[in-house]
Write a protein that binds this ligand. Structure first.
Ligand SMILES: [Zn+2]
Ligand SMILES: [Zn+2]
Length: 229
């Protein structure tokens, strides 16, 4: 795989993630996310447009073409599968697999992807709870910001943008803010712009901008577990 196509793959994957997160995809967003200069992003987008991978709307919004979407889904799949493998087979902590998977995802041939998926039992979610392409989070998933004080929630997914910071991921790990874990929402304080949680491992406080990127499912009162796994 050439360096050129690796760059294109990164762009496609980022556009795909923005779309899934419901965020606007513009050249400036790409420049920020990929830490690249706007002129470079502009040149690459022109190339991708020429190659039939993206469309640029009148409002300068970038959308994936059918081909762009299918390549992006393929990379997202390779990424999530790599993470699952690194975490569940090789035992690398869930909070640092993203960085390694980021490199692996570009080096996998179709046969490797197919055999690895079979070997892993075709997982549907990465260790951060991100659904593989074709799989969706349950419909009643909300962000932690939307959860009401007094309710108990189970973490479904740590938003992909948070995976970029290993330090932040480690903090989430220490507070057991990870898929499958339950937390009670104690309060949201506007002054501190933070949300206070409590689990059997103790209290934790998360800033609003992090809580907005964490996806949870409210646990009905009668289904609350007194002792969590
Ligand atoms: Zn990742
Ligand atoms: Zn992940």
């Amino acid at each position: 795989m050439t360096e050129h196509s690796k760059v294109i793959e990164e762009y496609l994957l980022t556009l795909y993630k923005l779309k899934r997160a419901g965020e606007p995809a513009k050249a400036v967003t790409l420049a920020n996310r990929l830490d690249t200069s706007p002129p470079t992003v502009h040149a690459t987008i022109l190339r991708m447009q020429r190659d039939g991978l993206v469309n640029v709307t009148k409002t300068k919004e970038l959308t994936l073409t059918k081909e762009g979407q299918s390549i992006a889904e393929d990379i997202a799949y390779r990424h999530n599968l790599s993470e699952y493998f690194l975490c569940n087979t090789l035992g690398i902590p869930w909070y640092e697999v993203h960085q390694h998977a980021h490199l692996l995802e570009h080096a996998m041939t179709p046969i490797v992807v197919e055999k690895l998926a079979e070997f892993l039992g075709k997982p549907e979610f990465c260790p951060h709870g991100t659904p593989m392409p074709g799989t969706e989070l349950p419909e009643n998933t909300i962000t932690l910001m939307e959860a009401q004080p007094g309710t108990t929630v189970e973490v479904a997914m740590i938003g992909e943008v948070l995976e970029d910071s290993v330090d932040l991921m480690k903090i989430l790990h220490e507070h057991k803010v990870m898929p499958g874990k339950q937390h009670k929402v104690i309060e949201k304080t506007e002054v501190m712009r933070s949300i206070l949680l409590e689990s059997k491992d103790g209290p934790s406080s998360l800033p609003f901008h992090v809580a907005e990127k964490i996806f949870v499912i409210e646990i009905p009162k009668d289904k609350k577990r007194s002792i969590q796994p």
